[in-house]
Design a protein around this ligand. Structure first.
Ligand code: KG4
Ligand code: ZN
Length: 340
């Protein structure tokens, strides 16, 4: 089975060709970062226009690099949401048009589910698994029981972790995305230089809260920022350390809930852009080992938004018997599982 996947839900125009035997034949990602930088964040209208401008070329390149033609495909998948609606419409319309012209199934993919399933493309992970989805827009624990079947355990009450990292890095004068900058700076800093609050510490449940931490970080920056490299390194190391502790604390609770429901559960999957952070992953691994649970993440280039994850989710749905849905309407909001 060979699937084309298209991703346009945020600021990357991406397309990839993936096979059901887990080969990534091509994976083209075109970032709009430069177009949004002057505005300090992703501007939805600019994003939509840029997707429209690039999509033909990116899809053509994905097919060409994979050395496949439209006739070789078994389905066309595109992010159907959640995301910035203008961009989602561009990807969905492109995929629907191609599906109509070729008579192939069009597979609308939930972007969050694609992040959740990527690890099954790159590793041999079986259901059920505990999933920590951490990106710029999402921060939640779910149990993945099957394709299309997720149980929500808890998530952020305010900001997503990626958002908190991006906004804090911005206060340090750094452009989006701030996560990689903080990780890089933290490597050389003193993690004990500054103390930060630890919201929800020890509390039951799997919720997160980052707005208090963000405010505390702002205060430290306003009071101590000299613009020097040592300050920045110490700040980032201390900030990253407390987030590592928060992740560990929440992970302990989530694992307890997940293991009670599925005692045979073996894996914690960390997915989404923030999963690229090696320090957070090491902290989560320490905590999961206590319960003999393995921590698995996709490789870094598949943690951030890409077309291969969309194509793979298309493979998973086709294998489950999905027939395609040309009536699908793009969804700006599309939760993976209902919150209790
Ligand atoms: O999944 P993603 O590419 O886009 C969505 O938000 O859907 O995630 C982007 C987020 C940004 O907040 C970015 O700062 C964060 O992932 N990120 C990182 C790292 N690389 C990307 N955060 C921490 N450490 C990193 N190395
Ligand atoms: Zn994403």
């Amino acid at each position: 089975m060979i699937i084309l996947g298209i991703e346009t839900s945020c600021d990357e125009t991406a397309a990839a060709v993936v096979t059901s035997d887990k080969r990534i034949l091509s994976n083209i990602v075109s970032s709009q970062l430069k177009e949004h930088t002057p505005f300090g964040g992703v501007v939805p209208e600019i994003a939509a226009r840029s997707h429209l401008h690039h999509i033909d070329f990116i899809v053509e390149k994905a097919l060409k690099d994979a050395s496949v033609s439209l006739q070789d495909l078994d389905g066309i998948a595109a992010t159907g949401g959640p995301g910035l609606i203008g961009g989602v419409i561009v990807g969905v319309m492109m995929a629907k048009g191609m599906a109509m012209a070729t008579n192939l199934p069009f597979l609308p993919i939930n972007h969050l589910e694609a992040h959740a399933l990527t690890v099954r493309l790159t590793h041999a992970v079986e259901f059920p698994y505990l999933l920590l989805l951490v990106s710029g827009g999402h921060c939640q624990f779910l149990i993945a029981e099957d394709v299309g079947k997720y149980t929500y355990l808890g998530g952020t009450l305010d900001d997503a972790l990626g958002e908190c990292l991006d906004k804090t890095a911005r206060l340090l004068g750094q452009p989006y995305p701030g996560g990689p900058f903080i990780e890089r700076m933290a490597l050389r800093g003193n993690p004990h230089a500054f103390a930060f609050p630890h919201p929800l510490k020890g509390q039951k449940g799997c919720s997160f809260s980052f707005s208090g931490l963000k405010t505390a970080a702002r205060k430290v920056i306003l009071e101590h920022n000299t613009g020097s490299l040592p300050f920045c390194e110490d700040f980032c190391a201390s900030f990253q350390k407390v987030i590592g502790e928060i992740l560990q604390d929440r992970c302990r609770h989530a694992l307890a809930v997940a293991l009670e429901k599925f005692p045979s559960l073996k894996t914690l999957v960390v997915a989404g852009g923030v999963a690229a952070n090696q320090y957070f992953k090491a902290q989560l691994t320490l905590c999961a080992r206590e319960k003999e649970v393995d921590v698995v993440s996709p490789p870094i280039d598949l943690c951030t938004d890409n077309g291969a994850m969309i194509a793979w989710a298309g493979v998973e749905w086709l294998k489950k018997g999905a027939r395609g849905d040309l009536d699908f309407a793009p969804r700006p909001r599309w939760p993976l599982a209902e919150k209790d």
